[in-house]
Design a binder for this molecule. Structure first.
Ligand code: ZN
Length: 681
């Protein structure tokens, strides 16, 4: 683990974000919002700290970002075998079109193309249903015919008319390839899923094929099937392996080219070993090498720069075997990671001073340190829709024997936070300007601190009494556990110790987190529930449990109230100090329930406070939210990196810029990072 110096002044701790914020307001304000269409919003993110890296680190990142971009076509083909041909046809029309841009068909055409870019194919990125175009088949045929045939993905020996005939049902017919990943029980999941991981085989044939490969009682099982398409030709079933010389070779050759360059400028020998193994895996497709790579990767902790760049997650395969291609190139956010180090280093103090009964406290407690990273490039299945945290590798035996890397991506969460400013949400639901101001100022830092305290300390605190069954709370366990970790975080958020350790920039900052938590728990999280339904998900249950319990148990002291203003309901926190007291009191009780395994008390709390929804309030919240017209799904354009050379042609710097639009970036990727053929059968 890289040694970190502890930082105890807020100026240093928040240095990075303060500097970039003031820079923004002095120069031009950074624009986080890029585009909005269908149910999607496109944002952009910054890469703070990149300029301060050494030239070698910048180059290392640069070469990795090139590899990350080269994998994009692989994912398109994995998501459906017509996706590349469709995308290229649509792009050709888009580039060629010189008709009326206000034409309704054309406008719908643009929305459709933007959705195809976003989903890396013709199915919704999240729901995996095929989305239906809003333009006519006639418009499509007419526009394709207007394009120079050389610009179109016409199969060899075929015609433009045949191209149109082949693609039209795939694009327009709801019955053709309706779902990318079908998980409906009772159906042949392989044959009814449009993803391109299998061809001509049934679910049973695929399952049998891989069952035969697995050895019984294998302590370190290979992830069979991870990097291939399984096909049946002339009655024979075999794998088309993703490797150089095999399936996707043209893209993988380029990826390996960039990985070789990256290797030369890696930060240390461990990283060079990781890249060597990844290159070897791309060359041979040998899954044993993949495991060696994963083991080396999870143990590489010495460098600042880290990456994922290959076949990783298996959500796209209904059988959960085959991995989609993804990339995330990132480096450590040292300031933010210092925050989690500080918290962990003081774990014993927090345990000793918590409001729970001393019988339930740990004598010795060790905090968990989570790494905070800054992402520099998203690729494949992480682009444009991206996770905000990563926990890898996936193989259970590697996690068991070597652990995993868990990271949060703070420049992405920061971009979400900044983009939400002024979208009307807080204006609609937060009670007054003063509260909004505190939330705008401190919401991001206090929410991050909440997460850190929850993850690094909350879950690890406390102990069971001897003889208590760890499964005693049964189906209520996860809600109560999340409740406990949240309460631990919030109880301490307003403690003077937090200011003393330099973890918040202002002694009022915690209020942003308290208010948004209670508002969310009592009201705004209901936007994610259908009218008439109960709350099922355990994090949502835990938030309502805390908020409702505090509302009710603080009623005599008027700690929290729900105010009606012009017919609308608002949460009001009247006494923040007493609210902290309530958090402490509930924490003590939840810890008692866990430590004693008091199932009945746990059940009573959850059923009374966490499950049922006030129908009237729910209806009101849904109506107010709908009127805001916010896009439920978001994604990002990447920054653009370019090499800077001096007069002699030596590379002297790597520059990052943020001015690319959504369509502009997608068209550039199609031009510069698109090695695969349109048809890969
Ligand atoms: Zn948790």
């Amino acid at each position: 683990m890289r040694k970190l110096f502890l930082i105890t002044t807020t100026a240093l701790l928040f240095g990075a974000s303060l500097i970039s914020c003031s820079k923004q307001s002095e120069e031009t304000k950074f624009n986080y919002n890029v585009d909005k269409f269908a149910d999607l919003q496109i944002l952009r993110y910054q890469v703070p700290g990149f300029e301060e890296l050494s030239l070698n680190q910048k180059l290392y990142i640069y070469y990795l970002t090139e590899a990350a971009q080269e994998g994009r076509d692989i994912l398109f083909d994995q998501n459906g075998k017509y996706n590349l041909a469709i995308r290229r046809t649509l792009e050709a029309v888009y580039n060629n079109y010189n008709g009326d841009k206000e034409n309704a068909d054309y406008k719908e055409f643009v929305v459709y193309l933007k959705r195809v870019w976003f989903s890396n194919g013709i199915h919704h990125h999240y729901a995996t249903d095929k989305f239906v175009p809003g333009f006519s088949q006639e418009f499509f045929a007419e526009q394709v015919k207007a394009v120079d045939p050389a610009q179109l993905p016409v199969r060899e020996g075929s015609s433009v008319d045949e191209l149109i005939a082949e693609l039209t049902p795939v694009i327009f017919d709801k019955e053709v390839m309706p779902k990318r990943v079908n998980l409906a029980a009772g159906e042949d999941l392989v044959q009814t899923s449009a993803g391109n991981y299998y061809d001509g085989v049934t679910q049973k044939e695929a399952e049998d094929f891989y069952a035969k490969m697995r050895k019984p009682n294998d302590n370190q099982p290979i992830s069979y099937g991870l990097n291939s398409r399984l096909v049946k030709r002339d009655g024979k079933i075999y794998e088309e392996v993703y490797k150089i010389g095999g399936r996707y070779t043209k893209a993988l050759e380029r990826i390996v080219y960039w990985l070789e360059l990256a290797k030369d400028v890696a930060e240390n020998d461990e990283q060079r070993n990781v890249i060597d193994l990844l290159i070897e895996f791309n060359k041979t497709g040998d899954l044993k090498t993949f495991d060696e790579y994963a083991v080396a990767w999870v143990q590489e902790l010495g460098g600042n720069v880290d990456f994922v760049c290959g076949f990783t997650e298996v959500y796209g395969d209904p059988l959960g075997l085959k991995a989609s291609w993804e990339a995330s190139i990132n480096f450590k956010n040292i300031e933010a990671s210092a925050r989690t180090e500080t918290i962990s280093a003081n774990a014993q103090w927090f345990e000793d001073n918590s409001p729970v009964d001393p019988r339930f406290k740990k004598e010795t407690v060790k905090g968990v340190t989570a790494k905070v990273i800054t992402v520099a490039m998203l690729g494949g299945d992480c682009y444009p829709s991206t996770p905000i945290g990563i926990n890898l590798p996936n193989a259970d035996w590697i996690r068991r024997d070597y652990g995993s890397k868990s990271v949060t991506i703070e420049n992405i969460t920061y971009a979400y936070d900044q983009a939400a400013l002024g979208n009307g949400f807080k204006e609609e639901f937060v009670i007054d300007e003063a509260t909004r101001e505190i939330m705008n100022k401190y919401g991001f830092v206090s929410d991050n601190l909440h997460t850190d305290l929850h993850e690094c300390l909350g879950h690890g605190s406390g102990k069971l009494l001897p003889g208590v069954d760890s499964d005693a709370l049964k189906s209520y366990a996860s809600t109560l556990e999340e409740t406990r970790a949240d309460l631990f975080a919030m109880y301490y958020m307003s403690d003077p110790k937090i200011m003393e350790l330099g973890l918040l920039p202002d002694k009022e900052a915690y209020k942003a987190n308290y208010y948004s938590y209670i508002m969310n728990g009592l009201m705004t999280q209901l936007t994610r529930i259908e009218l008439g339904n109960d709350i099922e998900e355990s994090h949502m249950r835990n938030r309502q449990l805390i908020a409702k319990w505090c509302l009710e148990n603080g009623a005599a002291d008027n700690v929290i109230s729900i105010e009606k203003i012009d017919g609308k309901s608002y949460v009001k926190i009247n006494d923040y100090d007493k609210l902290r007291g309530l958090f402490g009191k509930l924490l003590a009780e939840i810890q008692r329930i866990k430590s004693e395994g008091d199932y009945e008390a746990g059940k009573a709390l959850v059923e009374k406070y966490a499950v049922k929804v006030d129908l009237e309030l729910h209806k009101e919240v849904l109506e107010r939210y709908k009127a805001l017209n916010l896009a439920p799904y978001k994604g990002f354009v990447n920054p653009k990196f370019s090499l800077v050379e001096d007069a002699e042609g030596n590379i002297v710097d790597v520059e990052v810029s943020y001015n690319e639009g959504y369509a502009e970036q997608m068209l550039r990727y199609a031009k510069d990072y698109s090695a695969l053929d349109s048809y890969n059968d």
